[in-house]
Write a protein that binds this ligand. Structure first.
Ligand code: FES
Ligand code: FES
Length: 172
């Protein structure tokens, strides 16, 4: 199968039972994507597939032949961080850091969903613009658990990027 990961193409010959998370970590040595629960409960394994966030532990790699994957390593790098990575640093949006790659990737995907006006469970107007209040950010990030409870700073970090992207008229 073929995968493009962070802009690099890979040809892989893998056991069809292998999850996408295990391919990233064990076959491609991209260990930034974390394995927390390994069954869809914590969000530590969040990646972007064709621009949409998913839990990589819940999907088999062979289901993604030809897909474009972005992991935390592909968002930015030291010296050239993504705005969301910068914001998590600035707001101290972590303690142990184990959930952090998933939080950051999920936040980037979440802002894309909001920009496309996808409603959440707390969106009052299902037809209108999704205004990202703190309650909206929390709800939309509820699939990403933080055992250290860095949630207030995580919300601050995401809100800052959201406000900046609205001001600049850019996608986050
Ligand atoms: Fe995938 Fe927890 S490791 S959701
Ligand atoms: Fe420790 Fe989130 S920073 S689990």
């Amino acid at each position: 199968m073929q995968l493009t990961v962070n802009g690099t193409g890979h040809s892989l010959d893998i056991d069809p039972r292998t999850t996408l998370l295990d391919v990233l970590r064990d076959h491609l040595a991209l260990t930034g994507t974390k394995k927390g629960c390994d069954h869809g409960q914590c969000g530590a394994c969040t990646i972007l597939v064709n621009g949409r966030r998913i839990n990589s532990c819940l999907t088999l790699a062979v289901m993604h032949d030809g897909d474009e994957i972005t992991t935390i390593e592909g968002l930015g790098e030291p010296g050239n961080l993504h705005a969301m990575q910068e914001s998590f640093l600035h707001h101290d949006g972590y303690q142990c850091g184990y959930c952090t790659p998933g939080q950051i990737v999920s936040a980037v995907g979440m802002l894309g969903e909001a920009k496309d006006n996808w409603p959440s469970n707390v969106t009052a107007d299902l037809e209108g613009h999704a205004d990202l209040s703190d309650a909206e950010i929390s709800e939309r990030m509820s699939g990403n658990l933080c055992r250290c409870s860095a949630y207030p700073n995580i919300v601050d970090a995401i809100r800052t990027v959201k406000d900046k992207s609205l001001k600049d008229g850019t996608a986050a």
